[in-house]
Design a protein around this ligand. Sequence first.
Ligand SMILES: Cc1cc2nc3c(=O)[nH]c(=O)nc-3n(C[C@H](O)[C@H](O)[C@H](O)COP(=O)(O)OP(=O)(O)OC[C@H]3O[C@@H](n4cnc5c(N)ncnc54)[C@H](O)[C@@H]3O)c2cc1C
Length: 473
Amino acid sequence: MASNTQNTSGPVLQRGTKEYEAAIRNFFNSEPTGRFPAEVHSVRSTLDVANAMERARDLGVPVGVKSGGHLPSKPSLIDNGILIELNNLNRGVEYDPASGVVSFGPAVRVHEAWKATDAVGRFFPFGHAPDVALGGFCLAGGQGFFMRGWGATITDWIIQLEIVVPSGKVVIASRTQNQDLFWAARGGGQAFFGVVTRLWSRTIPKKTLYGRSFVFNVGNNFDTLLNFAFDRNEQMPKSFTETAVCLLHPELFDAKSTDEPIPESSPLQLFIQLTAYADTLPEAKKLLAVWDDVPEMIKSLSVDTKPTAEITWNEFFQLQSFMNPKAPDQNWGIHSILNDPKVPRDKLLEAIKPALCDLPSRSSYGVIYMADTVDLDETDAVFSIPQKYYISTFSGWKNPELRAPIRAAMRQSYAKAFTVACGMYIADFDPSPDTTHPQTMPVWTDSAREKFMRIREKWDPQGIFPGYKAFIH
Ligand SMILES: Cc1cc2nc3c(=O)[nH]c(=O)nc-3n(C[C@H](O)[C@H](O)[C@H](O)COP(=O)(O)OP(=O)(O)OC[C@H]3O[C@@H](n4cnc5c(N)ncnc54)[C@H](O)[C@@H]3O)c2cc1C
């Protein structure tokens, strides 16, 4: 079903109004940017989107696009630009039983997508955090559930997009229509040059979610523990399974704590969270069976283990929300690399250790998401940097005075991690002047970048979508 093209105009919010203030504050990261759009167009139809672009052209200013506002550097907020806010556009999920395809608007959140597909007995791989919107998630590439066996959501699941292009026209992009636009949208992320107003995904019959976990005290055994996690992950069946490793201090789970320093006595802990998607518990146990073999030395570091058991989606999402709270005073920086698969493991471990272990605050944690997606087809999508391990640090703080030291700490610890990177996930690329990563960090291969820029020039010759500028070097 195509989108609403009627003139069901949403409001245009002007500076100085409380609605405008609320709109520009409604982001995951509360950190102020000092950037104030001239107007916020809270669109309800594709016509509204086209009108917002027309308005930007009349004013001679660029546009920013927001689906869920989870990208911490908030590139959608452009000083004196037009913010196209998609929160109320096509906010629902529709299922076609004949084709097994779902379609949804870009601001549909992960938890809404789960609820709607679950209700019709279907599933497709949305992201892990419940409040992330599918628009930004899919455009970046989409490290969705069980990616290691299925590939990225955008390349392997999304089959069609509805896009309002800079001319104001509403077009369909797929592998057979407007192929160049479809290619550039899938992994184009914040550099994309149109507004995606509806997405279509194939689905599979739903199964049940199972979890299994280990918690260890790290001490001097970072390498030993990570070698165990990497080895077992490699031995595990690739489909219907996934591995996430988190490094954190237990104070992260203290709901009352704020910005007090991490106590010196606090142990650094390593969580291994395994997930399987199966029809029965015995099937899930079989999928995760390689983790039954835990060497005695590793067992001696154990703090807690949980056997394979069914977990509800709400339990999974609650843990995510707890670790990534969205609160009026909560500031976030996300730093990450995608490791170069050619770098030997011992070198990799040495280089990423500071980024994952030297956590700058209580609400910070390191993550390795074992995406295991390396053979990408650059002819199919701009999404082209191998994603073996997504290595990232979520750094949180409340007191604004902590911003500078935390960013300095992350700059320092990631300087070493960047030496073993082949690039970074475009979702984490921070185009702002005080970014903590080199501005030249690749988010696509060089050839994909050149092709992207050519396609962009064709569709947006006036450059009303400025995100691409961060990737010209
Ligand atoms: C706590 C947390 C957990 C996360 N978990 C995952 C995960 O499991 N897997 C994963 O892959 N990523 C994950 N991410 C990264 C997340 O997918 C990206 O930050 C994504 O861009 C957020 O999408 P959004 O729509 O909410 O954000 P927004 O800030 O609204 O969008 C990000 C950018 O994408 C562009 N954009 C968004 N929507 C559109 C549109 N409809 N048309 C054109 N351009 C658009 C704009 O340039 C915008 O600035 C996570 C991020 C956070 C903060």
